[in-house]
Write a new protein. Structure first.
Length: 201
């Protein structure tokens, strides 16, 4: 080996030079990768600035969510509190009409019953319009087939003039609100007459 090195001193010197150059390149690259303190300070300030911005955005988002929650709760409370406002306003005219009729009956000595009856009929029409406008429908099933979903049988009558299971009388009318049952109609229902003893014999 010494003989080889002695024979090629130029080759050995070239290899050493190449190694030194490679080491110098590695050191230069390492030095280039290490930022100086000023750059580190700038990077830290940028990171702090971004963190502050993100924190501000988070605080704003939390405040907006809190405001939204409070506003929604307030709207919900108002919806519960004033849900009947429109219906109540519609009923005021019926109330006024009833009060006028009552005053006319009390204050006038010789009250005309016919006029009171007309006033009452108009008030009932007004009330029916208000109810219909607000989705309340009356159930008056006289002459119809008994429907257990909307009718409640109060009694059963033997009748031969109508088909069995027919509503023959309405004790109290029922009502629905937008198709949902509020109160069933109280009704009397027909049934077929029982066969007489003579017919059975």
């Amino acid at each position: 080996m010494e003989k080889d090195q002695a024979e090629n001193p130029q080759q050995t010197q070239e290899e050493t030079t190449e190694n030194e150059v490679a080491e110098a390149d590695v050191e230069a690259a390492a030095a280039a990768q290490q930022p100086n303190p000023e750059e580190l300070t700038q990077l830290l300030e940028d990171a702090r600035s971004k963190a502050d911005d993100n924190w501000d955005q988070l605080m704003r988002a939390r405040a907006e969510l809190d405001n939204l929650r409070k506003r929604t709760q307030r709207d919900l409370e108002n919806a519960h509190k004033f849900a009947l406002e429109k219906f109540a306003q519609d009923l005021l005219q019926v109330w006024d009409s009833l009060e006028l009729g009552h005053q006319a009956a009390v204050q006038v000595e010789n009250t005309d019953i016919t006029k009171l009856l007309e006033g009452t009929e108009l008030t009932l029409k007004l009330l029916a319009n208000v109810m219909e406008k607000n989705g309340i429908e009356q159930i008056d099933p006289e002459g119809e087939s008994f429907n257990p979903e909307f009718h409640q049988a109060m009694s059963v009558q033997e009748r031969d003039d109508v088909a069995p299971n027919t509503v023959v009388g309405v004790v109290q009318k029922g009502y629905t609100l937008n198709g949902r049952l509020m109160r069933p109609a109280m009704v009397m229902v027909s049934k077929a007459p029982a066969a007489s003893v003579d017919e059975q014999a």
